[in-house]
Ligand binder design. Structure first.
Ligand SMILES: [Zn+2]
Ligand SMILES: [Zn+2]
Length: 275
């Protein structure tokens, strides 16, 4: 009771700053949102998960500015279909050209509050957003892999070149999954996939992909990745993690490198998808 009164007092006198639009706001509800156990969130649909995980960080207006990936989408590359009538199925492009990636999935589309939060984490050093965004991504991971968590052996965050890592101070993709092994033990006694952030490396510096067209992006990352120890990769079912899937050039180049080194399958999971 006293705790609740203190919380109400704190909420009315110390407004929070929205991490998307920068406005100050007062929390509407009790302060439990964002602190719930992952177990209570597992079977939530995407929109509710976003609300429950991000509510402490976003104002009432921005919290509704989220657009989850909706069915129907391509069972392989994950792109959404315009027609709402069909169920999920393989798209024409994936039927014609066998894709390198086994499955590509994202939590939401790259706009609104999710876009602002990702930019905040990456470019404005708002590291406090890594935890809620990591939880959001973990919930997407469960919604696509919950019944088949044993089908992922290794999780690899897309690596940054050492010079970029020095400049930014952290790899945002790695920060997103740091909490995952602990979260997984809350919901399952099965063995969780291995997180490997050392074996796939960027062996040359690339310029930022932002602002480049599809072909330029492809060229920019061509042969940019290498595997240090292939024995760790051979026959493994790998999941690549990144913040945003734009044209897919970076993910595809990583997948190609991993498959060349013996990986059995490579799937991709990102927070947002731009196309
Ligand atoms: Zn806002
Ligand atoms: Zn497709």
């Amino acid at each position: 009771m006293i705790k609740r009164i203190l919380q109400t007092f704190k909420n009315s006198f110390f407004p929070r700053k929205c991490q998307a639009c920068g406005q100050f706001f007062h929390r509407q509800d009790s302060d439990t949102k964002g602190k719930e156990s992952i177990r209570t969130l597992v079977h939530d649909p995407g929109e509710t998960s976003f609300y429950r995980v991000m509510a402490p960080f976003l104002c009432p207006s921005c919290i509704t500015d989220f657009y989850p990936i909706r069915s129907p989408f391509c069972t392989q590359c994950g792109s959404m279909f315009e027609s709402k009538a069909a169920t999920n199925h393989q798209c024409g492009n994936c039927i014609q050209n066998t894709p390198v990636c086994h499955m590509i999935r994202s939590a939401g589309t790259f706009n609104g509050a999710l876009k602002s939060a990702i930019h905040g984490l990456k470019y404005k050093n708002k590291v406090q957003l890594a935890r809620p965004l990591g939880r959001l991504l973990f919930l997407s991971f469960l919604s696509y892999y919950y019944d088949d968590t044993d089908k992922i052996d290794t999780i690899i965050p897309i690596p940054l070149h050492t010079s970029r890592l020095k400049q930014r101070g952290f790899n945002q993709a790695l920060m997103l999954i740091k909490e995952w092994p602990g979260l997984f033990t809350e919901i399952s006694s099965n063995r969780f996939a291995q997180i490997d952030f050392k074996n796939l490396v960027r062996n040359r510096k690339t310029i930022s992909q932002t602002g480049l067209g599809k072909e330029k992006r492809k060229q920019n990352v061509k042969n940019a990745f290498a595997v240090i120890d292939a024995s760790e990769i051979v026959e493994k079912q790998i999941l690549i993690i990144d913040d945003v899937y734009t044209t897919g050039s970076t993910c595809h180049e990583c997948a190609k490198t991993l498959i060349k080194n013996g990986a059995k399958t490579v799937s991709v999971l990102t927070l947002a998808r731009a196309n």
